[in-house]
Ligand binder design. Structure first.
Ligand SMILES: Nc1nc2c(c(=O)[nH]1)N[C@H]1C(S)=C(S)[C@@H](COP(=O)(O)OP(=O)(O)OC[C@H]3O[C@@H](n4cnc5c(=O)[nH]c(N)nc54)[C@H](O)[C@@H]3O)O[C@H]1N2
Ligand SMILES: Nc1nc2c(c(=O)[nH]1)N[C@H]1C(S)=C(S)[C@@H](COP(=O)(O)OP(=O)(O)OC[C@H]3O[C@@H](n4cnc5c(=O)[nH]c(N)nc54)[C@H](O)[C@@H]3O)O[C@H]1N2
Ligand code: SF4
Ligand SMILES: [Mo]
Length: 703
């Protein structure tokens, strides 16, 4: 690729907002970053993280060559040698111990890379192991399972029609910091301003008075883990009063009405702290609104009743007539319809169970909360070799401390990653791909979850350096080299088809998908419109797009309704126990980017936030270092008194606590803070298999 200079279109892939950028490129370096005002989706928006993209690119600590861990530290090795070594070990483990002895963990940045989407999944599939894990089971698993159950496909996820709604009820999400999730909504602050300008309202339920709560019309505290009681009580009121107006293709309403009978507003009040009168009022407002959208995100997913809660969110939208109507929640119609084109399967749950704890798989993945068990417990199928791709499960999954110890005992580990972090420090080999500025991008995933239909292709901004590999090339090589070494190889024809697919670049694959898509676009069309093509606001698509039998939605799902008994029986938390929740900040990016000086300078934000009354009751001083202990572990961290916290609730950001990492994360090791996932409990799971990361009972004491 020729060197580009001057003003060049770019894209930020650090979060789901996929902001369009204009970059100043001089002498092969990016010297300036700003938002692209002509981008039809992001409209010029950027946050401070985009400004750190060039820092990431130039970070001397970022890996640029494969490295091998030796007794004398990390040593560089050539690509051929590294790839052969890894392929030998992957094939050898499968041959000697069976395919399930190879485990895989896929982290969050995978969904932000085109090459990962086109080639990474194929690599994982080629390993044919049941020990596949990802960040899904510490994140959106309940959303996908509910979509699978109600709409027939795990990725048929209705998105709030943020630009047209008049009543936006938000639970457990902080889009002012996160920029939206499963709702690609760049420029969220202005989109909220526009909501207000057209007379709409935003109501936020969260145990912390968040940045989003600050710009909302109303914020109410709810105790962590109690959302199911609130959501079911909203349904109780609406269905009890006969206020429902579901679409004709919705079934199961009577069963739902019976099921929510016991979940009264009074009960919701006793569990959540939200007054019964407020529950009734919100139910009435929701039912009466011209167009309303109920939206629950990470705070509602990673809790004990994540599946019930996410189901109730969908059911509320359906019974109030807001599913599939402008201003309600709607499906996108992206240029590459990943659902209709069957790029992802419809999903399945519980087809098999994990070896040690008998936990259900979801769409071929096991809950990551049991990864350490599968590594530590001897027997057939024990994980002996692990592949991690763009992830940091020691920091991001419950019981991180135990996983850290488990990884140390593996026979072999390979990481595809650009840093040595808490997890990859255990790898025998790390294979670093090019960075986002060096590769072409089209967002297969987040266009499909955006509040407006657009399509944008962004060619690489900087040339691929000599001797570097793109992620998809690494996946191709690992797949083909491992297959060559494997026993029981598939027939020649199947091998040739796979090799041909793996050799087709992501960009060529994309072109084929665009050309054969229902919008009949092409790479050429997208190249000619570098700001992105505006394909218009969301449109109604139901029931045609449903993938359920008879194109009907059955709300009365046994997996959910059966879990209501567990909810009814759940003991109320002891009022004297503090409950720990997580948080995100605009300048943090899960567990990485903490060595970007631009993002870490300024006011520290690693502290445990606690209500001043909770500190006073324990004789603890604001600013002191406290010991936080849970069933599984304890950490020491500075505490900060904050009236933004609901009394009885404390909060730590996730992704902090870099004390474990090796020398290459030097910038980040200096950062104070502790890992919240040394406190979260891997034994606590939702019925979906998702980890419970919020509402962890903890005690505080002086250090
Ligand atoms: N307690 C608690 N825990 C949580 C959460 C919470 O809210 N509370 N949130 C959960 C959620 S939603 C998520 S998604 C997970 C995230 O958890 P993970 O996905 O496990 O972790 P990340 O911190 O996103 O790690 C990203 C890694 O990818 C590497 N990387 C960055 N770009 C690239 C690239 O282009 N290619 C490759 N190969 N590697 C790259 C980075 O160096 C970093 O090591 O954490 C979860 N954990
Ligand atoms: N700046 C930045 N942006 C990000 C990320 C990042 O790390 N930094 N991560 C990206 C990723 S991987 C994801 S998945 C998204 C997540 O996007 P969001 O879901 O918007 O993320 P959070 O800020 O974690 O919001 C969760 C909220 O839930 C609240 N909460 C905790 N427990 C409960 C509970 O039991 N009930 C209720 N009602 N609320 C609760 C928390 O106080 C918090 O405000 O953000 C993405 N965007
Ligand atoms: S909101 Fe920030 S991190 Fe997210 S895509 Fe936009 S610039 Fe990047
Ligand atoms: Mo996430």
């Amino acid at each position: 690729m020729a060197n580009r200079s001057g003003t060049v279109h770019g894209v930020c892939n650090l979060c789901e907002a996929i902001c369009g950028l204009l970059l100043t490129v001089e002498d092969g370096r990016v010297s300036g970053v700003r938002g692209n005002p002509a981008d039809p989706l992001s409209r010029g928006h950027v946050c401070p993280k985009a400004l750190a993209l060039p820092d990431l690119h130039e970070d001397p600590h970022r890996l640029r060559h494969p490295v091998r861990r030796t007794a004398d530290g990390w040593q560089e090795l050539g690509w051929d040698e590294a790839l052969d070594l890894v392929a030998d070990r992957l094939a050898g483990t499968a041959r000697d111990h069976g395919r399930d002895a190879v485990g895989v963990y896929l982290g969050n940045p995978n969904v932000h890379s085109l090459g990962s989407m086109t080639h990474g999944t194929a690599m994982v599939r080629s390993l044919r192991t049941r020990n596949t894990y990802s960040a899904t089971s510490v994140d959106q698993l309940p959303h996908q399972l509910v979509a699978h159950l109600l709409y027939g496909h795990q990725l048929l996820l209705p998105v709030p029609d943020l630009d047209r709604t008049s009543y936006f009820l938000v639970l457990g999400a902080n889009p002012m910091a996160s920029n939206g999730s499963l709702m690609t909504a760049p420029d969220f602050p202005n989109r909220v301003r526009e909501l207000h300008a057209r007379g709409g309202r935003m109501v936020v339920l969260d145990p912390r008075h968040t940045e989003t709560a600050r710009v909302a019309d109303e914020h109410h505290f709810v105790r962590p883990g109690s959302d199911a009681f609130v959501l079911l009580a909203l349904l109780h009121v609406i269905l009890g009063e006969g206020g429902e107006r579901p679409a004709p293709y919705v079934d199961g309403l009577d069963a739902v009405r019976r099921a929510v009978e016991p979940f009264t507003p009074e009960r919701a009040e006793s569990r959540s702290g939200l007054a019964a009168s407020e529950v009734r009022r919100i139910a009435h407002e929701l039912a009466a609104a011209d167009a309303a959208a109920v939206y629950g995100r990470v705070g509602v997913s990673v809790q004990e009743f994540g599946l019930v809660s996410q189901w109730a969110v969908q059911v509320l939208n359906a019974v109030t007539g807001n599913l599939d109507r402008p201003g309600g929640v709607m499906l996108t119609r992206p240029a590459v319809d990943v659902v209709g084109r069957r790029l992802f399967g419809r999903g399945h749950h519980g087809l098999w169970r994990s070896r040690v704890r008998s936990l259900p798989e979801f769409s071929g993945e096991l809950p990551v909360a049991t990864l350490a068990d599968e590594i530590l417990t001897p027997g057939e199928g024990q994980v002996r070799t692990l592949v991690t791709v763009a992830g940091n499960p020691v920091s991001s999954t419950p019981g991180g401390d135990r996983l850290d110890r488990a990884l140390a005992g593996l026979d072999f580990m390979v990481a595809v990653d650009v840093y040595v972090n808490e997890t990859t420090r255990h790898a025998d080999v790390i294979l670093p791909p090019t960075t986002a500025l060096e590769r072409d991008h089209y967002d297969l995933v987040f266009h499909a979850l955006a509040v407006r239909d657009t399509a944008r292709f962004t060619p690489a901004v900087l040339p691929k350096p000599e001797g570097a590999m793109h992620d998809w090339e690494i996946y191709r090589e690992l797949t083909l080299r491992t297959a060559r070494r494997s026993a029981g190889r598939p027939p020649l024809r199947a091998r040739l088809v796979r090799a041909a697919r793996m050799r087709l670049s992501p960009t060529r694959t994309l072109d084929l998908l665009l050309r054969t898509g229902e919008r009949r676009l092409s790479l050429r069309r997208l190249r000619a419109a570098p700001d992105g093509l505006d394909l218009g606001p969301l449109e109604p698509h139901l029931p045609e797009r449903l993938q359920t039998p008879g194109k009907r939605i059955d709300l009365a799902q046994p997996l959910v309704l059966d879990d209501l008994a567990r909810l009814e029986a759940a003991p109320a938390p002891d009022p004297d126990t503090l409950l720990l929740i997580g948080r995100r900040h605009q300048r943090d990016c899960n567990s990485w980017m903490h060595n970007a000086e631009r993002l870490t300078r300024g006011r520290p934000r690693h502290q445990l936030l606690a209500h001043p009354d909770d500190l006073a009751a324990r004789g603890l001083l604001d600013g002191s270092t406290v010991r936080v202990s849970s069933r599984v572990g304890s950490v020491e961290v500075e505490v900060s008194a904050s009236t933004t916290m609901m009394p009885g609730v404390v909060s730590l950001p996730h992704g902090y606590g870099h004390r474990r990492a090796g020398v290459l994360m030097a910038g980040a090791t200096a950062l104070p803070g502790a890992s919240i996932n040394d406190l979260t409990d891997p034994e606590r799971l939702d019925v979906s298999g998702n980890a419970v990361l919020n509402g962890t009972p903890v005690t505080l004491s002086a250090c």
